[in-house]
Design a protein around this ligand. Structure first.
Ligand SMILES: [Zn+2]
Length: 91
């Protein structure tokens, strides 16, 4: 099976600044990843950054389960102590 390797994840400005927890994770069909705060007040994705998934997990171990998220799926939670809910992305 796949070896675990460092994944680059696009994260929003709030997660970069560590002012909001990750509440939305997307594993896109092109095998890119996004970890967002899940709020709708993003001005511009120019402020997003690429961070290693392992680094994100180090600072928030509650996102560990989403490492298993299959391609073409997303995961959402209501808060840092809530369970992840999983969805299939539209093609
Ligand atoms: Zn955000």
């Amino acid at each position: 099976m796949n070896k675990l390797r460092e994944l680059g994840v696009t994260v929003c400005e709030h997660v970069v600044a560590n002012i909001r927890p990750i509440k939305l994770v997307v594993h896109n069909h092109d095998n890119t990843w996004e970890c967002m705060c899940g709020e709708i007040d993003h001005h511009d994705f120019i402020d997003s950054k690429i961070i290693g998934l392992n680094n994100l997990i180090e600072s928030d171990s509650s996102i560990l389960p989403i490492k298993q998220l299959p391609i073409g799926c997303s995961a959402e939670r209501q808060g840092i102590n809530a369970d992840w809910k999983y969805y299939v992305l539209e093609e």
